[in-house]
Write a protein that binds this ligand. Structure first.
Ligand code: 5AD
Ligand code: SF4
Length: 433
């Protein structure tokens, strides 16, 4: 009988893809199948995130619960970014943990499984040619890594320390992977990397060097592939050629994530983001000029050390001018091994909370106003999820989540949907064609 695997995935899309890889390895080589209840599992994995402090604290309380209620001989493994960053400290603090597997070492899951107290956290390990496995959490959409790690030096960010230097995966592997997914029925690929539009800077092996724009062009030639999405691009690398390809290539979905982080040029400098407020606004202007229907989302950190009231007003100013379709906003959280960890000009926690609230209220107002205009509009939706209440949901090309009444027959199909009701995170519609 197959053994049972329970896996919890925190953090970003890169982690979700790593989870898919680990499931593939464990099911193929060790006969595991995924279960929903950790108390029944023979193996419990937590694929962790370390980008902010709170999830790291939560990890240890959660491990305690797993340990108390798990099956007597079940193993617990800690994987992902916090595994890379804390290493054997995890086993010191939670001695019942069987192994620790870093974000850059997930291909070794079946090795560490059989080594008690193994700690594999080499951030220079080259996983770029690691055979992509067929397991996918959705048959309709394929997540594909195009690069691993990050070469940037943003002063707030722990990721270069957990995922290591950036390596680009050779384009022939990416294209073969996309082709395989399309042959298996997927109509959409979702390209993943910490900094996708920096693609091509460093390759493993001696493949031809192509940049991200050229990779997009090559992928879009795959017959049967209808949609290409990607995350995350960096505003610094958004050159005209990239924006023009994005706008003119009909297979590229018209939603762009542009992580602003701050609207103040001074704060951006302290963050070492490599662009100014003006550059960011200029890129948005170019993008909207080339592609008026684009939806733009962003990440913003408030209360970075030294952020003054004026700096924060600059952030609000950019938010108002751009009118983002979605904002992921965070209070700055000092992270170990980062440059900003040593910055002493910290912002008062009450001020930080007030700024976060003000930003979120502004964002909600903007989004509500935008959504209100969508009533009666028609979008082409690719249906991917069956919800329990007889609704099927999917996304429009520009990333709006839309649900309609229906059954699994709609899954994997494209339909034109007219919006009939507005919600904050999901809109309701009816199929018109
Ligand atoms: N504190 C708060 N937010 C952070 N992020 C990254 N590092 C930190 C930090 N130290 C946010 C950034 C990034 C997103 C994934 O998480 O906005 O884009
Ligand atoms: Fe979290 Fe960043 Fe690691 Fe993704 S890469 S899991 S966001 S720390």
């Amino acid at each position: 009988m197959a053994k049972k695997l329970f896996i919890e995935t925190l953090g970003c899309a890169m982690n979700s893809r790593d989870t898919e890889h680990m499931i593939a390895e464990l099911s193929e080589k060790e006969d595991y199948e995924v279960c929903e209840n950790f108390a029944e599992a023979d193996l419990i994995l937590i694929n962790t995130c370390s980008v902010r402090e709170r999830p790291v604290h939560k990890l240890f309380s959660e491990l305690g619960v797993f340990n108390k209620k798990k099956k007597a001989d079940a193993k617990i493994g800690v994987c992902g970014c916090t595994a890379s960053h804390l290493g054997d400290e995890i086993i010191k603090r939670a001695p019942y943990v069987s192994f620790v597997l870093g974000a850059r070492n997930v291909s070794k899951i079946t090795e560490v499984l059989h080594k008690d107290k193994a700690v594999e956290i080499d951030i220079n390990y080259d996983e770029s040619e690691f055979a992509f496995k067929d397991f996918r959490s959705s048959p309709y959409k394929a997540y594909i890594n195009i690069s691993i790690g990050c070469d940037k030096q943003c002063t707030f960010c722990i990721v270069p320390k957990t995922r290591g230097d950036e390596i680009s995966i050779p384009d022939n592997l990416i294209i073969a992977e996309a082709q395989k997914a399309v042959d298996a029925g997927a109509r959409e690929v979702f390209l993943l990397g910490q900094n996708v539009n920096n693609y091509g800077r460093r390759f493993s092996g001696d493949n031809e060097k192509v940049n991200f724009t050229e990779l997009l062009r090559r992928l879009s030639r795959i017959e049967g592939l209808e949609r290409i999405r990607f995350t995350s691009p960096h505003p610094f690398h958004m050159d005209d050629e990239f924006i023009e390809e994005f706008a003119s290539n009909p297979k590229i979905c018209k939603s762009m994530h542009m992580p602003l982080q701050s609207g103040s040029s001074q704060v951006l400098k302290e963050m070492k983001r490599g662009y100014t407020k003006e550059w960011f606004l200029n890129r948005v202007e170019k993008l909207r000029a080339e592609c008026p229907e684009v939806s733009i989302s962003t990440d913003i950190i408030v209360a970075f050390p030294g952020e003054s009231d004026e700096d924060f007003l600059d952030t609000l100013d950019v938010v108002k001018r751009v009118g983002f379709d979605q904002i992921f906003s965070f209070k700055y959280s000092p992270r170990p091994q980062t440059e900003a960890e040593h910055f002493t000009n910290t912002v008062d926690p009450d001020v930080a909370s007030a700024r976060l609230t003000e930003l979120q209220e502004l964002s909600t107002q903007i989004i509500d106003a935008k959504n209100a205009k969508l009533l009666g509009k028609v979008f082409r939706v690719y249906f991917e999820d069956l919800n329990q209440d007889y609704y099927v949901s999917g996304r429009s090309d520009n990333n709006i989540v839309i649900k309609v009444k229906g059954s699994d027959e709609l899954l994997g199909t494209f339909r034109d949907v007219k919006i009939t009701a507005i919600g904050r995170t999901i809109l309701t519609g009816e199929i018109v064609a």
